[in-house]
Ligand binder design. Structure first.
Ligand SMILES: C[S@@+](CC[C@H](N)C(=O)[O-])C[C@H]1O[C@@H](n2cnc3c(N)ncnc32)[C@H](O)[C@@H]1O
Length: 250
């Protein structure tokens, strides 16, 4: 199963993910009746927007983290109108997905770079998407957080690679091989500046360094986060977003 996330700190941070979610939503073509899979739904910010965008449809919020899904359910506690059309599913995107029926749309923000094997991921997503159904996604792409990775490479000898930051063309080829058509992918720099040192540290710890911190003894983690923050050339997370739109072949 995927690793746990600190959902409370996640939601307290100034997240560029909000912008990425909105622009991924804007690429969907909806008539309001669709069943949408939010793959890597996290604490459910975009799940709520999706439920509002499909008033006669349903949303399946899938994530591997129990804490993120608990925060998602808490977000919807006072929205029984939306909750009724939501299914919450704790599942692992690295394996075939345990969905009972096919969906009309697969939507995903800031998640696919946590999945090492994109060939398998796209095949698994195609298997749960109806013929003609839409896939829209955002994730870290080639060159994403290169400055952070340089610092990590300096700090950790023989650090194993964590993220498969893929290029646009290879992703388009993978999607075609997995049975998608009308594929459009692009790669766009989107640096995020975090001038407040405490916010930069919390952001690194919660959003970026989880896999690296999991490998360290608990009492060394805060020092490691400080060392990464101090060594960055400027207080900037040098994001590069890989975005994609495709339909499953009919
Ligand atoms: C950066 S968060 C993005 C969450 C949300 N989409 C957003 O934009 O705020 C990445 C999410 O991917 C989930 N995730 C990572 N690897 C996963 C896996 N193998 N299976 C399922 N979920 C996974 C994490 O639990 C986390 O909630």
């Amino acid at each position: 199963m995927a690793r746990e996330w600190d959902a409370t700190t996640y939601d307290s941070l100034p997240l560029p993910h909000e912008r990425w979610g909105q622009r991924t939503l804007a690429r969907l073509e909806l008539d309001g009746t669709e069943t949408v899979l939010d793959a890597g739904a996290g604490t459910g910010r975009d799940t709520v927007a999706l439920l509002e965008a499909v008033p006669d449809g349903r949303v399946i919020a899938l994530d591997g983290s129990e804490k993120m899904l608990a925060a998602l359910l808490a977000r919807l506690a006072d929205r029984p109108d939306l909750r009724d059309r939501l299914t919450v599913l704790r599942a692992d995107l690295t394996t075939p997905l345990p969905l009972r029926e096919q969906v009309d749309v697969v939507f995903s923000v800031a998640t696919f770079h946590w999945i090492p094997d994109h060939d398998a991921l796209f095949k698994n997503l195609a298997a749960v998407l109806r013929p003609g159904g839409q896939l829209v996604f955002d994730c870290g792409g080639h060159g994403n957080i290169a400055a952070v990775e340089r610092v990590l490479g300096d700090l950790v000898a023989d650090r194993p690679p964590v993220w498969p930051f893929a290029a646009a063309e290879e992703t388009a080829d993978r999607l075609a091989a997995a049975g998608f058509v009308g594929v459009e992918t692009s790669l766009d720099p989107d640096p995020t500046r975090l001038d407040d040192p405490a916010t930069l540290r919390r952001f690194l710890e919660t959003i970026i360094l989880g896999m690296d911190l999991d490998r360290l003894p608990v009492d060394e983690r805060a020092g490691f986060v400080n060392a990464v923050a101090e060594r960055l050339p400027e207080p900037v997370i040098d994001y590069v977003r890989l975005t994609g739109t495709a339909r499953r072949a009919g």
